[in-house]
Design a binder for this molecule. Structure first.
Ligand SMILES: C[S@@+](CC[C@H](N)C(=O)[O-])C[C@H]1O[C@@H](n2cnc3c(N)ncnc32)[C@H](O)[C@@H]1O
Length: 223
């Protein structure tokens, strides 16, 4: 029997307005003193997952296409590029995030990284858009943000899961970093579409003056 899922307490972090406001400020900070802004879940969380992908998953750095879903300031894409990945695209539903990411990736010396405004829960038709097919989808904090949406977060999470599944090619991987859901909860949410292949050792990070927040980093393969 399908287990019912307790949704999270909703928050403004689930809204586009919040992210547009946040990235507008971060653009100003970046222009004033080259500060890339909030690094979600600490500086080494994306480096760790990129290192795992680079050493343990057999992806071609030249040809396999990688998407960062909800790329924010683009710093995870920079980590992928530094590890030698060449076929990178970042999408975010906030135009301001994409504007900031463009500045950051150019400044870091990776102007060929593609960036596009795209809402991951909007309908996708991959048959019509062959460009929108990937070997690996990466998400750090975006599924978490969607789970906090004030209106019907359960439906939005399900649309997210179906869309990420759709945009991956057969045998494609999905790398997820979350601080709002546990490993067991994520396995349950994704079980119809993805199989867990690896869990990175969990770590803690500090946020908003609070220490001891725990993150879960999982690698799934498309079913
Ligand atoms: C916690 S931030 C993480 C940003 C980035 N991944 C990082 O690690 O710095 C969540 C991001 O998800 C984006 N986002 C939220 N809902 C989205 C959606 N439906 N489609 C695309 N991006 C979304 C937000 O704009 C924000 O950039």
């Amino acid at each position: 029997m399908e287990k019912s899922i307790d949704e999270l307490t909703t928050s403004e972090l689930g809204t586009l307005e919040y992210w547009e406001k946040t990235y507008s400020l971060e653009i100003e900070n970046f222009q004033d003193h080259s500060d890339v802004g909030e690094v979600w879940f600490g500086t080494d969380s994306s480096i760790k997952i990129v290192k795992f992908i680079s050493t343990r998953l057999s992806l071609s750095k030249e040809s396999d296409r990688i998407i960062d879903v909800g790329c924010g300031n683009g710093m995870t894409l920079v980590d992928f590029a530094k590890a030698g990945y060449e076929n990178l695209i970042g999408v975010d539903y906030s135009q301001k995030a994409i504007d900031l990411a463009r500045k950051v990736v150019n400044e870091e010396g990776f102007p060929t990284i593609k960036l596009q405004v795209h809402d991951i829960i909007a309908p996708v038709n991959v048959c019509e858009d062959h460009e929108f097919q990937f070997k690996l989808a990466h998400d750090k904090g975006t599924y978490d943000a969607i789970s906090l949406h004030p209106h019907d977060p359960g439906d939005k999470r399900k649309r997210y899961i179906r869309n990420v599944h759709k945009i991956l090619s057969d045998g494609g991987f999905f790398a997820l970093t979350s601080c709002n859901w546990t490993k067991d909860e994520l396995i349950e949410h994704f079980k119809d579409y993805f199989q867990l292949v690896h869990e990175l050792p969990s770590k803690t990070f500090s946020f908003g003056g609070q220490t001891g927040n725990k993150i879960t980093q999982l690698i799934f393969v498309k079913k």
